[in-house]
Design a protein around this ligand. Structure first.
Ligand code: GCW
Length: 837
């Protein structure tokens, strides 16, 4: 009882759905709040309601009220006495307050907190708003120190790319339908859009492309242009400028012209006219994003024009309005890649296409480059294109939506991955050329103004924004890193955790530890040594399917055969990709000896028996890494369970479900990959774990009623190659077995498959005692549909902990099929404490 009251006074009892993310402004405990000195007045030096400074005033009012329980009004004029004043440097000067700030760059701010005097001075309106969020973030974290400092962004472009389609679906979105579009129109209710803009402003994002790069021309209708104006109106008070993706063929497919040749006068006139119309609706539009000649999208090459001709077409249309064009370097010809040609390599494409175009782009074009040369994989070397565009503005494209990284069903904290690229020194012309601080900042090649960051984010209507609470640290971190790529990834997490879950040390330490363990674990159990995520590349990019990683037209290959594996990307014998780097880096990747183990198979084709720098063979590293990764994932639900009662019940329960799911799916990954390469190479595991599961009872070996034994495809997603599926949907479907274990306490895990278009039901019994019931409804609980097949996406398991078992007990699963779901079962594991299998 005492515990309950204690928690209630801390305000932990209230359920939280995640909508407020890191801007909860939760009340600090009284004894802490008492230590804060906050001025008795707020002054926002702008009276226009759509201005960021006005928003800053409102935000300060609600934040201080939430965090400290103090109601302070906002005024717009300076008065006597202490106050929090927020405004642009110009507004400060006009009000007669002299502030001494160091030089501020665009969007930068000065924050001075001194007893009952707080000054938040922006270089512009946006900067002032950012400063207000910074001050509130300090208060929310009970940081009441006096400070006085200026901060400026590392780069001018800090944008978000949404991949929202006009019909309301989202490409690579895992959190429900679009907050922008439905039924080929712009939504009328802009509530979520405004809330999103507020979140983005708090992490200093200043622009957003609202529609998918695979762009739908219907966005250009008069009605939808008016809709864009509504979106821009909702985001403007937060300083977030709106832009759109364009489809290159629009003059023909939408405008009715006979051509979309970028050098054709009628095409140029058509785009100029469309652009002018857009700027009538959205006078401060950020600009355009273009995906051309890639993955089936139209582009200038149709007319034998260069990519720069294509980019400049839009650049010239938007230039008079002050807009910019983000032109994606993700250009490759996916129909003509052929694995039988040893020298074919999609990784070469970006540099091949763009190297000769440096200097040919107009000055308001920014080439937007994915962090690695392939496609947002679990680990890739930095894209060499960053070294080639010396006279062209560039931005890095990071993916916050976890397309190849667990699709928000797995916890994967991404900044450590991003840092491998941002901190990488390309050594252009033998000089320090670190991607984040030297190249993206514009400093290395003296680019002024237009460089920076684009983050692909697929927030949806789900209250958690990204589908799950912990994934939000990635969005938060993105903004922090785009502002300052040197910021420490652990420090970011700690701030985020305090803001999102409160000040408790155990909460902060646990979430930080799990998050920092998560990317290495994911790499371990999905694809290590630079082989990439061994996922289903021809399917949903989620579960394991290593054989799909060869002979596919997408050019994502492993070249695995019975003896060897890896892409030979050397100049001497391979695709020549390593030669795309500046000399020192090229030399490092050219030789096996100097290539780090974690990128070995990216650059070299070696036998499975090749000995790594670690002393292990490649194949044994595979086995061990997959075991280690799954073991770490298995610890997540246990680590999280320590937070019961320390955070609100709703978020605790929702995350516990996901982390438990992840622990099960990590074992699916581990076994699939290990069994696949074990079968291909015929080399055993030194520790005898692969294909040897003494704690499992295979469903096909159980006593079956109305169940039949089947194979699955791919074979390796079933333990011992076989599963059982119900015959019809009788409720008298069951699988049972007599246990032959010494008496003790065990965990019981049931491995099964959860498809969409079906919700089979299951009940597990020990003797006649029901241990638990469940339904195959992950499609609802995970929030999106994965697969209609029995495969690496649907394979999952449920665990019942701490069950007393004695020899001779009978374990039984009763099942009932539903829809396409034939209540498929793979095995039951009876696990002694500490065993992960
Ligand atoms: O990673 C691939 C994705 C596509 C995406 C494409 C791109 C928007 O699988 O869904 O299309 O990259 O970045 O253009």
């Amino acid at each position: 009882m005492r515990g309950f009251w204690f928690l209630a006074t801390l305000g932990l009892a209230a359920a939280e759905d995640g909508l407020n993310a890191w801007l909860r402004y939760a009340r600090l405990p009284d004894e802490i709040a008492r230590q804060a000195t906050v001025p008795p007045a707020i002054v926002a030096l702008n009276t226009t309601e759509s201005s960021p400074v006005y928003s800053a005033g409102q935000e300060l009012r609600s934040g201080i009220n939430g965090i400290l329980g103090k109601k302070i009004d906002v005024s717009h004029e300076i008065s006597e006495g202490g106050s929090v004043v927020v405004g642009t440097i110009a507004a400060f000067n006009e009000s007669g307050i002299s502030v001494e700030t160091p030089e501020l760059e665009e969007d930068g701010f000065w924050l001075s907190v001194k007893n009952d005097k707080v000054e938040i001075v922006g270089q512009n309106e946006r900067g002032a708003l950012y400063g207000a969020f910074e001050y509130l973030s300090m208060l929310a974290q009970a940081n009441f120190t006096e400070v006085a400092y200026a901060t400026n962004p590392s780069a001018a472009i800090r944008w978000i790319n949404q991949w929202d389609n006009m019909d309301g679906t989202i490409e690579r979105g895992y959190a429900g339908l679009s907050i922008f579009f439905a039924n080929d129109t712009v939504l009328s209710n802009m509530t979520r859009v405004a809330q999103y803009a507020r979140l983005l402003a708090s992490i200093r994002v200043n622009g957003i492309i609202v529609n998918n790069v695979n762009a739908d021309v219907t966005l250009l209708s008069d009605e939808n242009m008016a809709g864009l104006a509504r979106i821009a109106d909702a985001m403007r008070p937060w300083g977030v400028k709106v832009g759109i993706s364009l489809n290159f063929a629009s003059p023909q497919t939408f405008g009715g012209l006979s051509t979309f040749d970028p050098l054709d006068d009628t095409v140029i006139a058509w785009w100029n006219n469309i652009t002018d119309k857009l700027y009538v609706q959205v006078p401060d539009m950020a600009g355009f994003l273009i995906k051309a000649n890639s993955e089936g999208q139209p582009g200038p090459e149709t007319y034998n024009r260069t990519l720069s001709d294509g980019a400049n077409l839009f650049a010239r249309a938007t230039k008079p309005h002050g807009g910019v064009v983000m032109f994606r370097a993700f250009v490759y010809d996916y129909q003509n890649l052929n694995e039988s040609n040893w020298k074919d390599d999609r990784a070469n494409a970006a540099v091949d296409f763009f190297r000769g175009l440096d200097g040919k782009f107009d000055d308001n074009v920014i080439v937007q480059i994915k962090y690695g040369p392939i496609d947002f994989q679990v680990r890739e070397p930095a894209s060499p294109l960053f070294a080639h565009l010396k006279q062209t503005a560039t931005a890095i494209e990071l993916q916050i939506t976890q397309e190849y990284l667990g699709q928000q069903c797995h916890l994967v904290y991404l900044p450590p991955l991003w840092k491998t690229v941002l901190d990488f020194d390309l050594r252009v012309d033998g000089e320090k050329s670190v991607i984040g601080t030297d190249i993206l900042s514009g400093k290395r090649f003296n680019k002024t103004g237009l460089t920076g960051y684009a983050g692909v984010v697929n927030v949806g209507h789900n209250a958690t924004w990204l589908g799950t609470h912990l994934a939000m640290s990635n969005l938060y971190a993105y903004g922090r890193i785009a502002w300052d790529p040197t910021v420490n990834e652990v420090a970011i997490l700690e701030d985020w955790t305090r803001l999102t879950f409160g000040l408790d040390d155990t909460v902060r330490e646990t979430i930080t530890r799990m998050s920092m363990e998560s990317w290495p674990a994911y790499e371990n159990y999905t694809g290590n040594l630079g082989i990439q995520t061994l996922t289903d590349i021809t399917g949903p990019h989620y579960g394991p399917n290593p054989q799909s990683m060869d002979n596919n037209p997408w050019g994502q290959w492993t070249r695995a055969d019975a003896f060897s594996i890896g892409m030979d990307r050397t100049v001497s014998n391979g695709t020549g990709y390593s030669g795309q780097y500046p000399d020192e880096v090229a030399a490092m990747f050219e030789e096996i000896e100097t290539t780090p183990d974690n990128l070995l198979l990216w650059f070299h084709h070696v036998p499975y028996t090749h000995v790594l720098k670690s002393g292990k063979t490649v194949i044994q590293h595979f086995y061990d890494a997959h075991y280690a990764g799954a073991e770490t994932a298995a610890s997540f639900p246990e680590q999280w369970s320590k937070l019961r009662g320390l955070i609100d019940q709703q978020r605790f329960d929702e995350m516990l479900f996901r982390l438990t799911y992840q622990a099960g799916h990590a074992i699916v990954w581990r076994d699939s990959i290990n069994e696949f390469y074990n079968s291909l190479s015929q080399i055993g595991d030194d520790h005898d774990r692969v294909n040897n599961h003494p704690y499992r009872i295979e469903a096909e070996n159980m006593t079956l009623t109305n169940y039949r034994v089947t194979a699955v495809n791919p074979f390796e997603v079933a333990s011992s190659l076989r599963i059982v599926q119900s015959v019809g949907n009788s409720s008298a479907t069951s699988a049972s077995a007599t246990l032959n274990y010494t008496a003790g306490v065990y965990d019981l895990a049931v491995a099964y498959y959860d498809l969409y278009e079906g919700k089979a039901s299951y009940e597990l019994f020990l003797n006649e005692r029901s241990i638990g019931k469940w339904i195959g409804d992950n499609e609802d609980r995970l929030g999106f549909t994965l697969t209609r097949g029995i495969d690496g996406h649907s394979a999952t398991r449920i665990t019942f902990k701490g069950i007393e078992i004695k020899e001779g007990d009978v374990v039984r699963v009763d099942a009932k099929a539903n829809g396409r779901e034939t209540a498929p079962l793979d095995y039951i594991a009876v696990l002694p404490p500490g065993v992960v299998d």
